[in-house]
Design a protein around this ligand. Structure first.
Ligand code: DGY
Length: 320
C-alpha cells in the first residue's frame, strides 16, 4: 500500500515501512504543505504519516475519507478533529510516553535559564558587555526549596516534578482534574485549586493539553494572582497563555520571568519584545528534539501505520 509522509524520513524508518512491502513517498521541500497540497497527496495514498502541524480538519477528512490510518508523529493532537475522523472510521494514532522525559528536561532547562538569566547573559557577552565586576549585577533567583506548581500533572508533569524535587528539593503542588496518586505518594505532591496554584507557586509550569478549557487560561487575571518573584514556564502549547498579557505581566513586575518552548503563533517573530527581556528564555518548540526521542516517536508512528494498514486497532490510538 501507499504511505505519504509530510517530511523526509531517516533511511532506517523508511526502510521499516518498505520492508513490509509498502511504497513510501515523502514531502521533501523545506516548507509546510498547504491544505490543498496535503489533500492532493493524501488522495493518492492509503495512509498519512503526519509530521508537523498539518491541519486535519473536517474539510480534509471529508476529502480524504478513504485513508486507512492517519498516524501523527507527536503526542499532541489539538490540530486534528478526532470526532470527525471517528465518524469517517479513520483511526488516528499518536506517540504518547516516549517524549515525556525529553519534554520535561526542556522545562527543567528553561527554569534554570530563566532563574539565572543564562540566555540573556550569553547575549550580553556577544554584545561585548562582560566588563567590570559588580557584585549586585546579573543576579538571579535560587531554586532550592522553592515551590514548583504544575498545571496538568500527567506523564510530562510528573517527570519535571521528579527532577525538581531531587535536584532542588522543591515542594510540588499541582492543579489537575483528578488526583495523581503516584506523584502524591512518591513526591509528596499536593493537589490544590487553580487559585492556590497561582498564589503559591514560585515556578509554575504548564503541562496540559490545549483544549477549550485550557486555551488562554493564563491571562492577565491569572498572572495578577501570581507572586512578583515567580517564573512562568510553558512547554505544552502556546495558546494556553495569552502572550500580550504575559508581556504586560513581565513589564509590570507581576511575575519575575518566563520560559517558553511554545508560542502562538509559531514561529515567533524575531522582533518579538519578549525575546529581548533579561528574564525571558524562549526556545523554538524543541521539547522532544533529542535523537533518541525523535527516533522512538517515528518508530511508534510506524507501528501505528502498519497496524492501520493491516486493519488492526492502532497500538497508540486517540479515537475513543
Ligand atoms: C508533541 O508531540 O505534541 C510535541 O509538542 C512535539 O510537537
Amino acid at each position: 500500500m501507499k504511505i505519504f509522509v509530510t517530511r523526509a524520513l531517516p533511511e532506517i524508518i523508511k526502510q521499516s515501512l518498505a520492508n513490509e512491502g509498502h511504497i513510501v513517498s515523502e514531502w521533501t521541500e523545506k516548507r509546510d504543505l498547504s491544505p490543498a497540497e496535503l489533500t492532493d497527496y493524501s488522495l493518492a495514498n492509503d495512509a498519512l504519516f503526519s509530521i508537523g502541524k498539518n491541519q486535519i480538519d473536517k474539510h480534509f477528512l471529508t476529502a480524504c475519507s478513504h485513508l486507512r490510518v492517519i498516524a501523527l508523529c507527536s503526542v499532541g493532537y489539538d490540530h486534528v478533529d478526532v470526532d470527525e475522523a471517528t465518524k469517517f472510521g479513520i483511526p488516528i494514532g499518536n506517540t504518547p510516553g516516549v517524549l515525556s522525559k525529553a519534554t520535561a528536561d526542556t522545562a527543567f532547562l528553561l527554569i534554570q535559564n530563566v532563574a539565572r538569566k543564562a540566555i540573556y547573559n550569553h547575549k550580553e557577552i556577544l554584545r561585548g558587555n562582560w566588563g567590570f565586576f559588580d557584585p549586585m549585577a546579573n543576579l538571579g533567583i535560587e531554586l532550592h526549596g522553592k515551590t514548583l506548581g504544575i498545571y496538568g500533572l500527567g506523564r510530562i508533569g510528573f517527570e519535571l516534578a521528579r527532577s525538581c524535587r531531587y535536584a532542588f528539593d522543591m515542594p510540588v503542588i499541582y492543579y489537575n482534574r483528578s488526583h495523581n496518586e503516584r506523584a502524591e505518594h512518591e513526591l509528596n505532591a499536593r493537589r490544590v485549586s487553580f487559585d492556590e496554584l497561582l498564589q503559591q507557586s514560585d515556578v509554575l509550569s504548564v503541562h496540559a493539553n490545549l483544549s477549550e478549557e485550557t486555551e488562554g487560561i493564563f491571562d492577565r487575571h491569572a498572572f495578577s494572582k501570581m507572586k512578583a518573584s515567580s517564573i512562568f514556564i510553558n512547554t505544552a502549547r502556546g495558546a494556553i497563555h495569552n502572550e500580550t498579557d504575559l508581556q504586560l505581566a513581565l513589564e509590570e513586575g507581576q511575575i519575575w520571568g518566563a520560559g517558553l518552548d511554545v508560542t502562538h503563533p509559531e514561529p515567533m517573530a524575531p522582533g518579538n519584545p519578549l525575546l529581548a527581556m533579561p528574564t525571558v528564555a524562549i526556545l523554538p518548540h524543541i521539547g522532544s528534539a533529542t535523537i533518541e526521542t525523535r527516533m522512538k516517536m517515528m518508530q511508534l508512528t510506524v507501528e501505528n501505520i502498519l497496524a492501520g494498514l493491516n486493519g488492526q486497532r492502532l497500538p497508540y490510538c486517540v479515537n475513543p
